[in-house]
Design a protein around this ligand. Structure first.
Ligand SMILES: Nc1ncnc2c1ncn2[C@@H]1O[C@H](COP(=O)(O)OP(=O)(O)OP(=O)(O)O)[C@@H](O)[C@H]1O
Ligand SMILES: [Mg+2]
Length: 307
């Protein structure tokens, strides 16, 4: 995201408060309210003040740090670290629709935030999707706050759209007895709507860049366990013509209980294994023992280019 950030009134003070109080800070706001822009501003400004910052990107649609369909994290310790702006931790959700993968969204946010704790970042910034309305928005955001127990909630609100979430938060027990601080902010006057087409082409570019150097690797059936949406999968049944897994779908390549090494696009099967296109190196791919199929048809994004 290359752009000129125009800081809104109150942003500099907010950065100072985060610097003083530390802890986890979660951003809440509708789509296009400027969450990711504020996250970037805070990231840069805190790094310049010599704090270490962990960014957790929970936006599975307009992901900034990682790819759509994933929740990612990375720790930055110095402004120059921003030149390597890529995930260190990946949690594969497999969907770019938060309402359809609530459990995975909350679990992923919690795991990525736990990674920040382990790496002892002074401040953890949690960027989120714009899903805030209705039952789904409330369940997702309150669920996340319950799990992450942030010290700060940064609520970017135009006209009352976050109130149902914020009032539900009041009932939550505070972290370390210190209480949650809600920082209310108005959207920057420079925040503008991104539009469906721009969103789709952003996702396409993300996939294209990631898979540009990919090769095709086979993963033998007997070495790998298969999952979909967090549940174990009978791979043979899932691959039947009316099964759940289709060529072109995005897949998370995992190792051990926690770690996702990278992503792939499922191409098909041969008698002994599944064939996946991935930029993960052959050496690292040998460690993969868990493949999780998603519902994003990433293959379609790449096919669009060839036409
Ligand atoms: N302070 C600002 N200065 C300049 N441009 C801004 C500012 N705030 C937002 N924008 C622009 O407005 C658009 C939407 O902002 P942004 O992507 O930060 O919103 P968001 O809340 O993260 O949206 P989403 O929910 O889709 O992730 C972007 O194109 C961004 O560049
Ligand atoms: Mg955003």
């Amino acid at each position: 995201m290359e752009m000129q950030i125009v800081p809104a009134p109150g942003w500099a003070r907010l950065a100072n408060e985060l610097l003083r109080e530390k802890g986890t800070a979660i951003l809440l706001g509708a789509a296009d309210s400027g969450k990711s822009t504020l996250a970037r501003y805070l990231l840069e400004s805190l790094l310049r003040k010599s704090a270490s910052v962990c960014l957790v990107d929970c936006d599975v649609g307009q992901s900034v740090l990682g790819l759509p369909g994933t929740i990612t994290s990375a720790v930055f310790k110095h402004p120059s670290d921003l030149s390597r702006f890529r995930p260190q931790g990946i949690f594969f959700v497999g969907s770019d629709n938060p309402a359809k993968s609530m459990g995975g969204m909350i679990e992923g946010a919690a795991r990525m935030a736990a990674l920040c704790k382990k790496k002892k970042a002074d401040i953890t910034l949690v960027d989120t999707t714009g899903l805030i309305s209705g039952w789904a928005g409330k369940a997702l955001k309150t669920g996340k706050v319950r799990r992450l127990k942030p010290r700060h909630i940064m609520a970017i609100e135009r006209k009352g759209e976050l109130e149902q979430i914020l009032s539900a938060m009041k009932a939550l027990p505070p972290e370390d007895g210190k209480g949650v601080r809600v920082h209310r902010l108005r959207p920057s006057e420079h925040a503008h709507n991104t539009g469906r087409l721009r969103r789709a082409s952003y996702r396409e570019k993300k996939f294209r860049d990631y898979f540009s150097g990919a090769t095709v690797i086979k993963f033998p059936f007997e070495k790998v366990r298969f999952f979909r949406k967090g549940r174990a999968l009978d791979i043979k049944a899932a691959l039947e013509p009316d099964g759940e897994v289709k060529p072109g779908c995005l897949a998370g390549l995992g190792w051990g209980e926690e770690e996702t090494l990278g992503l792939g696009i499922f191409e098909g099967v041969d008698p002994s294994g599944v064939v996946i296109m991935t930029p993960v190196s052959l050496a690292r791919a040998r460690r993969v023992d868990r493949i999780s199929f998603g519902e994003i048809m990433a293959g379609d994004f790449l096919a669009a280019r060839k036409k």
